[in-house]
Design a protein around this ligand. Structure first.
Ligand code: ZN
Length: 469
């Protein structure tokens, strides 16, 4: 579909509608350009002829989503390696489907990005109206385009990193919109690491979920990147906790990396000659570039956070001559993603040439180990196989031990099996009836299934991913 608006301007939100009753005022933006040369996007349906001047109308929602899709593409497209295209079954254009049913949810399913509506306390919340939510989902598609291998790896930390990337996408893509940069600096008194509209992600969706399940989300939004969460091996965490605690559930655990990322963004901002809104936009470009360079080269390992962090330090040395090393090390050490000694070692081990960390990661061709999960563990008719994060790490770093030093390297097969156990306990696995015995355990069938156990072409059963929420 070609989206050629005749409108000059549309109305949209800067980052989110905010909590009801809505006190925010939409801003005017040029009608979005969606046919970007790299990573083109679209919204399903005919573009409305009206700009939709007031929130609550279908026209407003259409243009708010189209503008958010466009800004995510505009941010990430130029940072991607030339020739990067959408992956999986997306086709040439990533399409947003704004009314996919009644739910408080949104997801990327490898074909497009889907948004839902649900009425809570008399307020109908459309997840696709929030640029935070839209840019989170497009973030999943962007990381899938950059590194498709993340999709099928069974690991809480690898899955949580994907969630963190979605939230980082929401943060980075809102920096250049309207006066967000300046407003954030006023709200945080010049320190964007503090809680602000930038760090508070998806306030409206968070409000709606809070009306139903008060402990499931932060008190002021869905997830707040301004947090103090300290790294733990997810294997040692419980699968569910209130939002005030860290659990191994991917969205909960994602907050450790996103917290460090916000600190890193603030640290890079602090290194800019000016301390204004434009400097914050520039800092966003720098950390976005470092993130993409790092992710091109990061192998699939259980300690994914530490590995990405070490690659970002290496990317900084190669791209910026180490200018932001102190800011990055400080952010990662503060959240336990690297131990102090690990950060020093990663810095000393970092090659100075970008070629050494971009392109094909060492061991990227290495096949992922397969774990076999016995049929009786979940009451299935056959055992099934799954992929473990078993590539050789480039940097020998792991997360910090909360006491001192760093944790022992995690076992890839244990990481996969504990994640699979979590998915069953959280009701996230779809299994066709033909593979279930009468003793099977499938918890809470109302939940969105993110994974499935299905017959693979070669005959046996395999667990693979259906979608990222
Ligand atoms: Zn997500």
């Amino acid at each position: 579909m070609k989206l050629k608006p005749k409108l000059a301007n549309v109305q949209t939100w800067e980052d989110d509608p905010g909590e009801p009753p809505i006190g925010r005022t939409p801003i005017q933006r040029p009608a979005p350009e969606v046919s970007h040369p790299s990573l083109p996007v679209a919204v399903a349906g005919e573009p409305p002829a009206e700009s939709g001047d007031y929130p609550g109308s279908a026209e407003f929602r259409y243009w708010a989503a189209a503008d958010a899709m466009s800004r995510a593409s505009e941010f990430w497209g130029p940072l991607m390696p030339p020739g990067t295209t959408w992956d999986r079954d997306v086709g040439g254009v990533l399409t947003a489907y704004l009314d996919s049913g009644d739910d408080l949810n949104a997801y990327y399913d490898g074909r497009g990005v889907r948004f839902f509506r649900h009425t809570v306390a008399g307020v109908t919340v459309h997840s696709g109206e929030s640029p935070d939510v839209v840019c989170h989902e497009v973030g999943h598609a962007v990381l899938d385009a950059l590194r498709p291998q993340f999709w099928g790896v069974l690991s809480a930390e690898v899955g949580a990193f994907h969630e963190s990337f979605g939230d980082m996408s929401a943060i980075l893509t809102s920096l250049g919109v309207g006066a967000v940069g300046d407003e954030v600096l006023i709200e945080t008194q010049g320190n964007p690491a503090r809680s602000s509209r930038l760090s508070r992600l998806a306030e409206q969706l968070g409000w709606a979920i809070r009306q139903i399940d008060p402990s499931a989300v932060d008190p002021d939004c869905l997830r707040n990147a301004a947090n103090n969460f300290f790294y733990r091996d997810p294997v040692t965490l419980r699968p569910n906790e209130p939002a005030s605690q860290l659990s191994s559930e991917v969205h909960s655990f994602s907050r450790v990396f996103t917290g460090a990322f916000l600190d890193a963004l603030a640290g890079v901002f602090g290194e800019q000659p000016a301390r204004d809104g434009n400097a914050l936009i520039e800092a966003g470009q720098i950390v976005g570039r470092l993130l993409v360079a790092a992710l091109l080269a990061t192998p699939m390992v259980p300690s994914m956070y530490a590995q990405v962090a070490a690659h970002m330090l290496a990317a900084d040395k190669a791209l910026y001559d180490g200018t932001y090393g102190m800011a990055l090390r400080s952010a990662f050490v503060r959240h336990g993603i690297l131990s102090p000694a690990g950060a020093v070692a990663a810095d000393q081990a970092a090659p100075r040439h970008l070629e050494a960390i971009t392109g094909v990661a060492p061991g990227a061709g290495a096949r992922l180990a397969t774990v076999t999960v016995p049929a009786e563990r979940y009451g299935l008719t056959e055992s099934f196989s799954a992929s473990a994060p078993s590539q050789p790490p480039r940097f020998s770093v792991t997360g910090a031990d909360p006491a001192m030093g760093e944790l022992a390297p995690a076992d890839p097969e244990l990481a996969a099996e504990t994640f699979i156990e979590d998915l069953f306990r959280q009701g996230r696995v779809a299994v066709a009836d033909e593979f279930l015995t009468p003793s099977a355990v499938l918890v809470d069938s109302a939940r969105t299934r993110t994974h499935r156990v299905a017959r693979q072409d070669s005959g046996g059963l395999v667990m693979d991913r259906l979608l990222f929420t």
